[in-house]
Design a protein. Structure first.
Length: 73
């Protein structure tokens, strides 16, 4: 696949590549130069902690969950 660099130094990543790599609007790409090649890596934009926040107490009230942690149940 090819892309042409515009006067402003911009390129369009072909749709097939964007879809297969999960690159969506607002994605952040980190560019590096490796052995004469331009390499773009998609950065993680979400905090891994956010992905698991709240998963321990699903279906339980906060007070019940805290009582269980304290051994009061």
């Amino acid at each position: 696949m090819r892309a042409v660099v515009s006067e402003r130094g911009q390129i369009t990543i072909p749709q097939a590549l964007r879809e297969s790599l999960g690159i969506r609007v607002g994605a952040v790409l980190d560019f590096t130069l490796e052995q004469g090649r331009l390499v773009a890596v998609k950065e993680m934009t979400s905090d891994p902690v956010d992905a698991v926040r709240g998963c321990l107490g699903r279906g339980r009230k906060t007070d019940d969950f805290m009582a269980a942690l304290r051994g009061e149940e």
